[in-house]
Unconditional design. Structure first.
Length: 329
C-alpha cells in the first residue's frame, strides 16, 4: 500500500517500538488459557495510559491468556470489522514493546495519539499487535480494555525475531483499549452528482467496482502546491484529526498518468488514521475537515508526498488521487 510514508508496515512502526519483535506474518491457533491464569496486574481506566505491574517470580502461561479489565458499553466488535485501538506492551521483565500513549517526535501538545487502525483478523496486519492479540479484539465492546499475556512462544510463535533479545520462554503482555469499531462495505463509494474539475486539474471518472480513471491534462504543468477539490459533496460527519478514515481510492502519477495504487486492487475500502502523520502529508492536509460521503480529488507535490524519502520509487512524482470518504472509525 503506497499511501503510507513508505509502506503500511512502516506506518505501524511509527508507534514507538524500540525493538522489532516480528520477522514475518503468521497465523494463530486457538490455544488459550483462562483469565484466572493471568499473573500481571494492570491498573488505570480505559483511555488513560495503563500501569503494568508484574509480581516477583511470576511465571507466564504457555498459552495466550486474555482478561477483560474494563467492560465497554459500545457495540460488540466482530471479526472483519475495522477498529481503532490504543495499546501498551512490555515484557514481564519490564522491556518496553511499544505504546500508543508515547508521543511521536515532533508531536505538538494536545495532538491526537497515533493509534492502531486495522481490520480485526487472526493474521498479522500490524507489527504492534501479533495475531493472538489482534484476534482477541473480536467479542469485546467498544470502550473496553483487555489484556493478553503469555510466553513469546505462545503469543508470537515462529514469527519471533531472534534479534529482538526476547526469548521464546519470556513473558509478554499487551493491554488494548477498543476506541472505535465499524463494519464496512468493501464496495462502498461516494454517490451523487460529480462536479467538473477546476481548471488545470485532472478529470476523474469512477464507474462500477473498479479503480477510477484519472486523466491528467496534456501539456499542463504539475502544480507546485497542494491542490484539492470536493467533486461529490457528502452529507456525513466531518473528518477529524485522529479518526480512522475509511476510504476508497485510486492514485496515478501526474508525469505519465499511470496508476500506481488503488483500494479496488486490494479488496476494496480500507482504513488509515488521518491527521497523525501515518499517511503522506498531502492526505493529512487535504482530508481533515472533509466529510463522510465526499469524493475528493487531491494533487500532491513531491514535498508533501514521498519527497522526504529519496529512496522511494515515487519520491520525485506529483501524485493525483481520487478519494471517496466512505466512513470513519
Amino acid at each position: 500500500m503506497n499511501l503510507t510514508k513508505n509502506t503500511r508496515r512502516a506506518a505501524a512502526a511509527a508507534l514507538t517500538v524500540p525493538i522489532l519483535l516480528f520477522t514475518a506474518a503468521c497465523g494463530s491457533d486457538d490455544g488459550k488459557g483462562a483469565s484466572d491464569d493471568a499473573v500481571v496486574k494492570v491498573t488505570g481506566e480505559a483511555g488513560a495510559k495503563p500501569k503494568i505491574s508484574v509480581p516477583k517470580d511470576a511465571k507466564p502461561a504457555d498459552k495466550a491468556v486474555t482478561k477483560t479489565l474494563v467492560e465497554g458499553k459500545g457495540e460488540v466488535v466482530k471479526k472483519g470489522d475495522l477498529v481503532r485501538l490504543d495499546f501498551a506492551a512490555q515484557s514481564m521483565k519490564g522491556q518496553n514493546l511499544g505504546s500508543s500513549w508515547t508521543p511521536q517526535p515532533g508531536t505538538k501538545p494536545g495532538a491526537p495519539r497515533t493509534q492502531v487502525v486495522s481490520e480485526v483478523t487472526d493474521q498479522m496486519t500490524q507489527q504492534m499487535l501479533p495475531p493472538k492479540v489482534m484476534s482477541e479484539v473480536a467479542g469485546h465492546k467498544v470502550g473496553s480494555r483487555f489484556e493478553v499475556e503469555g510466553t513469546a512462544k505462545a503469543l508470537i510463535g515462529e514469527g519471533l525475531n531472534p534479534q529482538s533479545g526476547i526469548k521464546p520462554e519470556d513473558g509478554l503482555v499487551w493491554v488494548v483499549d477498543v476506541v472505535g469499531a465499524k463494519k464496512v462495505d468493501k464496495k462502498a463509494k461516494a454517490e451523487g452528482e460529480q462536479a467538473a474539475p477546476e481548471d488545470g486539474l485532472p478529470e476523474v471518472k469512477a464507474e462500477g467496482e473498479k479503480a477510477a480513471t484519472i486523466t491528467v491534462p496534456k501539456g499542463e504543468k504539475a502544480p507546485t502546491g497542494l491542490k484539492d477539490q470536493v467533486l461529490i459533496k457528502g452529507k456525513g460527519p466531518e473528518v477529524k484529526a485522529g479518526d480512522g478514515l475509511i476510504a476508497q481510492y485510486t492514485g496515478v502519477k501526474w508525469e505519465d498518468g499511470k496508476k500506481f495504487d488503488s483500494s479496488w486492487d486490494h479488496g476494496g475500502a480500507t482504513a488509515f488514521q488521518i491527521g497523525t502523520g501515518q499517511v503522506v502529508q498531502g492526505w493529512d492536509k487535504a482530508l481533515v475537515g472533509k466529510h463522510v460521503g465526499d469524493r475528493v480529488e487531491i494533487v500532491i507535490p513531491p514535498k508533501l508526498g514521498y519527497g522526504a524519502s529519496p529512496q522511494h520509487e515515487l519520491a520525485k512524482n506529483t501524485l493525483v488521487f481520487s478519494v471517496d470518504i466512505v466512513g470513519t472509525v
